[in-house]
Every structure is written in structure tokens, then in C-alpha cells.
Ligand binder design. Structure first.
Ligand code: GLY
Length: 359
């Protein structure tokens, strides 16, 4: 598969590659002279791809740093252990941290890279659809804390994103599906024919068709890259990338991190905000049902699973309320391509939770 390369004005490239071949040369180009690397991953991913990384980076001394798998471990405790092991490896500021994995590995490795020695060069090697289209691009790194998801972290841009599509072969189907949640989000933001293209390729995507996946991943990365280039620190426009996340994060936090996948929670949040839009008159019913049908077609959930009540979800979303002094900012859309931030009374959070729970 020929590489697809996107050069971001933030100073790095996103390369959609067939596999790992060429990574070594790319690292040398953006980090000349680096002879060591700290590779953060989890044991299963190392089992699948560790040998390929070692073969490709043959001239590089690799220190493997494994973290436990899953969102439940994206915590300050895991981060603390990770930075301790990084320091034990005695890196200097030229030694890059390579995040080999999905969004959890990337977020945590990135936060550790941002903080050890006040910043080690950071490279994202996403191995999931979700990480390729969203988490690896744009420099958001974080861990979860009891107060909420991703509340401790840093904006820290990678020097390179290398997305080897061969890794999707080892991706469990539910993980592949979960990445489609963020792809739906980007398609709504993009407008134009993005949604219809997704509607047309839905079944191929679910079947893991590499050509269809490469096309939608590239489209999706372009949408995200354009926004983070204009607003890397989320001072304004970037916040629209949080479409579906207010309820989505609450669902994850109430059900327990890992009980529902991030992309599934985002899908639930997108459908709920579309339903709220219809009730409040800013989204037409046809658009909302089209989005809900697409989410269902991609085998993603359209409502909150049992186990999370309206009260629980409302309380979990309350953390946003405190920051906004009684008003909340929600990302809403009237139609594909018309996504905006809306300042609304806090009571709308309850309505959003109710609509998420409703069948
Ligand atoms: N995942 C949303 C963002 O990167 O801003």
C-alpha cells in the first residue's frame, strides 16, 4: 500500500503506512542521530508487533516499557510507574518515546513524554482505528482521575504519527467498530458528502476491508488535522471535536472506565445530542434520524446501556457545570457541516442524560 502523508503546520507528518517498513528512516529524518528509543505499549500489542518493530528499528537500542491494557489503567498510578521506569532508563532529551498502541497507550505515553525531563521527543504509532483517526493526532495527552476523564494532562504534540494499517489485522472487531464512532463524528463535522460516503462503505468497514478503512481513516485524519492546526490549544474551534463527548465521558465514568468503549460512548453521545437538537429545534428530525441510523448501521450503540441512570449521568456531567458557573457549553449540530458550540442552562444536561437513556 503506498503511504499517504499529511504534513501538519504544527511541524509534523501523519503517515498512513502499510506496515512498519520505512519507520526507521522517518525517525532518522525527524529525530536525527537518535540511537535509543523508549517504546511504551501493552503486553498483547508487544506480542503482536514487538518483533516487527525490533526488525525495523535494528540500529536502535529499544527499552520496552509495558503498561497494563485498558482504560481502567489510564491513571495517575500507571503514569507514576511509567515515568519512574523511564527515569531508570536514564534517557537524555534526545531519546524519543514511541507510543505503540491505541488511545490509552498514546495518551499515557504522551503525558509521560511531556513530563519526563520536561519533555522527551514523542512519536505516535497508533494500532487502532480510533487512535489513528483521533487520539494520535493533535497532541492531547492525559490520564483519568476520580473527578473525570482526561482531567490531568498536557497538550504535547508528537514529532511524527506513523499509522501502520497492517496492525488493524490484529484488532478485535469490537475495537475496530469503536473507532468508527470518532469517524462518524468527523464526518458530521466535515459535512459535504462525508456522511454519505460513510453510509455507502459501512458494511465494508465492519468487515475490515483495508481499502475502505484506508480511505475513511485518511478522510477523517484530514478533518481533525485541519481543526487542530487552526486551534492546537483548544481556545475555540477545536472544542467542536468534543461532539458527543459530554454525555460520552459521563457514560464511561458512570459505567466504569473500560466497561463501555470510548468510541461507543461517543456514538451514544452524538445520538443524544441529535435528539436534544430535534427537541430544541436546532436539528431537523431527518438529520437526527439519519445520524442515528448510520450509528446503528455501523453496529454502534445508540443509547446508554443499562446500569447508568439519568441521575448518575447528570451528576457525572456536573463537573463541566462547575467550570462554567451554571451554564454549560455543548457541541451541537443543525446538519452535517454545521457544528457549533452552544452555551445552555445547566438543566439541559439532565435532558441530554434522559435522551441518552431513552430507547
Ligand atoms: N479528541 C478531541 C481532540 O483531540 O480535540
Amino acid at each position: 500500500m503506498p503511504h499517504q502523508r499529511l504534513t501538519l503546520s504544527l511541524g509534523y507528518d501523519v503517515v498512513l503506512a502499510g506496515d512498519f517498513a520505512g519507520l526507521q528512516g522517518e525517525l532518522q529524518a525527524c529525530l536525527p542521530g537518535s540511537t535509543r528509543a523508549l517504546v511504551v505499549t501493552h503486553p498483547r500489542i508487544r506480542g503482536w508487533h514487538g518483533a516487527a518493530i525490533e526488525a525495523e528499528l535494528s540500529g536502535v537500542e529499544i527499552t520496552w516499557l509495558e503498561v497494563p491494557e485498558g482504560e481502567a489503567h489510564k491513571s495517575l498510578e500507571t503514569w507514576r510507574g511509567l515515568v519512574a521506569r523511564m527515569l531508570e532508563a536514564r534517557p537524555d532529551r534526545q531519546v524519543p518515546v514511541l507510543a505503540l498502541g491505541g488511545g490509552v497507550v498514546g495518551d499515557m505515553a504522551g503525558f509521560a513524554a511531556a513530563t519526563v525531563l520536561r519533555g522527551l521527543p514523542f512519536v505516535q504509532i497508533p494500532t487502532s482505528v480510533l487512535a489513528a483517526v483521533d487520539a494520535s493526532v493533535g497532541g492531547k495527552t492525559a490520564v483519568n482521575v476520580p473527578q473525570g476523564k482526561n482531567l490531568v494532562g498536557a497538550f504535547y504534540q508528537p514529532r511524527l504519527v506513523w499509522a501502520p494499517l497492517s496492525t488493524l489485522d490484529t484488532l478485535p472487531p469490537e475495537e475496530l467498530r469503536c473507532g468508527l464512532g470518532e469517524i462518524v463524528k468527523h464526518a458530521i463535522i466535515a459535512g459535504g458528502d462525508a456522511l454519505s460516503r460513510l453510509e455507502a462503505s459501512g458494511l465494508d468497514l465492519l468487515a475490515g476491508d483495508k481499502g475502505a478503512l484506508a480511505t475513511v481513516i485518511a478522510d477523517s485524519v484530514r478533518v481533525k488535522a485541519a481543526i487542530v492546526e487552526r486551534d492546537p490549544l483548544e481556545r475555540g474551534e477545536r472544542a467542536i471535536l468534543n461532539l458527543g463527548h459530554t454525555l460520552g465521558h459521563a457514560v464511561e465514568s458512570v459505567l466504569g472506565y473500560g466497561a463501555v468503549r470510548h468510541g461507543e460512548a461517543v456514538a451514544i453521545g452524538i445520538v443524544a445530542i441529535a435528539r436534544l437538537g430535534v427537541l430544541r429545534g436546532w436539528t431537523c428530525a431527518g438529520v437526527a434520524s439519519r445520524v442515528e441510523a448510520l450509528v446503528g448501521r455501523l453496529d454502534l450503540p445508540t443509547r446508554v446501556p443499562t446500569g447508568a441512570s439519568t441521575d448518575d449521568l447528570h451528576a457525572a456531567m456536573g463537573f463541566d457545570k462547575k467550570r462554567a458557573r451554571g451554564m454549560v457549553r455543548l457541541v451541537v449540530f443543525s446538519e452535517p457541516g454545521k457544528v457549533r458550540l452552544e452555551s445552555l442552562p445547566e438543566a439541559e444536561l439532565r435532558a441530554l442524560a434522559e435522551l441518552g437513556v431513552r430507547a
